[in-house]
Design a protein around this ligand. Structure first.
Ligand SMILES: [Mg+2]
Length: 263
């Protein structure tokens, strides 16, 4: 995958706008002529349809926004009806979320030759995935640098710095933070100080503030205008390559899953 750029998209909380950011980046990348793909390895709160089974709303939105046609089974291999953390839902059903299977699904997606692959987590980094593992363990297993989506509100400096500190403590590289106006009434006044203090506190670039999206907007131009997406959509750069080496070389801290990337 010499030309593939990947991000593992995580949030400082659930409902902060990960899917919206992914859709906007996929649209902007496609408008730049790139082949795009996305996956949502585990989604809970799925609607149960009598004919189609469990319907993962985020994964369907990602599939619609991506330019490379991929079957939903590879995009979202683990779906749960209960609106609880995926690991909680899985354990209640006696099921296991198998990281190796998720890795194989990613390989199938990569065989379609995307230039950009966005992997959306579930909630934040310490959301359980069962058997004592978390979203951070999955991000580490998949070896993609993190893109952190942070709610642009009071409290986000703390939430974002906590997320970055946990990520680094678990051997994850954090590539960028994006602020998100996840509700229509989010005021704009805090964005500049939030961005400044996050950059000062953790030395990760804050690439911009994604405005609230109501539907019907041209997401590609929203992303280009708000984020200047060049650094996010590629081409794969030296920094990303160094980041992923750093991620795979870092030792797992105590208590962290020893599953390692197949790559
Ligand atoms: Mg989402």
């Amino acid at each position: 995958m010499p030309h593939l750029k990947q991000w593992f998209v995580t949030g400082t909380d659930t409902g902060v706008g990960k899917t919206t950011l992914c859709r906007a980046l996929l649209a902007a990348a496609a408008a730049r002529g790139l082949r795009t793909a996305a996956m949502k390895p585990a989604e809970s709160g799925c609607r149960r349809d009598p004919r189609e089974g469990l319907v993962p709303a985020d994964a369907l939105a990602l599939r619609q926004a991506a330019s490379v046609a991929i079957d939903l089974g590879a995009i979202c291999p683990y779906r749960f009806e209960a609106a609880v953390a995926p690991g909680v839902a899985a354990e209640e059903l006696g099921e296991t979320i198998d990281f190796t299977h998720i890795g194989r699904c990613r390989e199938r997606i990569c065989e379609a030759g995307p230039d950009l692959l966005l992997i959306e987590g579930a909630g934040g980094l310490l959301v359980p995935l069962g058997a004592g593992r978390t979203i951070a363990d999955l991000a580490r297993f998949l070896g993609a640098p993190l893109l952190v989506v942070a709610r642009d509100s009071l409290g986000t400096i703390n939430h974002t710095l906590l997320t970055v500190e946990v990520a680094r403590g678990r051997g994850l590289a954090v590539g960028a933070v994006v602020l998100s106006a996840c509700t229509p009434d989010t005021p704009e006044g805090l964005a500049a100080s939030n961005a400044r203090e996050i950059e000062r506190g953790c030395a990760v670039p804050v690439l911009g503030r994604l405005p609230h999206v109501r539907g019907g907007e041209d997401l590609a131009s929203v992303a280009e205008h708000a984020l200047g997406v060049g650094r996010l959509v590629g081409p794969p750069d030296v920094v990303a390559a160094e980041v992923s080496r750093e991620t795979s070389a870092a030792p797992a801290p105590p208590g962290v899953s020893r599953e390692t990337s197949p790559r």
